[in-house]
Design a protein around this ligand. Sequence first.
Ligand code: FES
Length: 183
Amino acid sequence: METNEIPIADQDAEQEEIDIAPTEEIIKNLPDDSRSHLIPTLQKVQDVYRFLPMPAVELVMEALNVTRAEIYGVISFYPQLRITEPGKYIIKLCYGTACFVKGAPIIGDKINDCYHIRPGETDDSKLFTLQTASCLGNCGAAPMAIVGDDTHGNIDPENYLEVLSEYKKDDAEEAPATEEATA
Ligand code: FES
């Protein structure tokens, strides 16, 4: 599994191929007091790539005149900022009080048993990234989770892996046909 730790040097090989133009565009439009725009700038860059690739982070550092320590301090502090590519679906599992007492920890354990991921990690097939939330705003439907764009409420902890397996199935169906299959 992958985590959101900060192996700065190790990222270079994997991330050589990104298109840096969108980051340049974001930086070009920064106001003069740009240091105070560090977090919104990182969020915009992440919106483009779904995570913060190293070359883009380097450009932001240079443009905003912030040190590597500063920028990674911010990235480590905000769990929504990611330096590794997330899975196709981000699972936001609510661990707020209402969801916690209704079985969120059981759901988290089952996800870990099946996909070997803890909060902040992505499974080896890059299908799911697990995150936790402190409240998803609908405690009456606890336990709650959001998977990609889908909201799941009143989850049965014992059967939730079946729900997640549907995403796995969809992903397999979307995969490009192999030469053998099309011959
Ligand atoms: S505590 Fe989970 S939705 Fe509020």
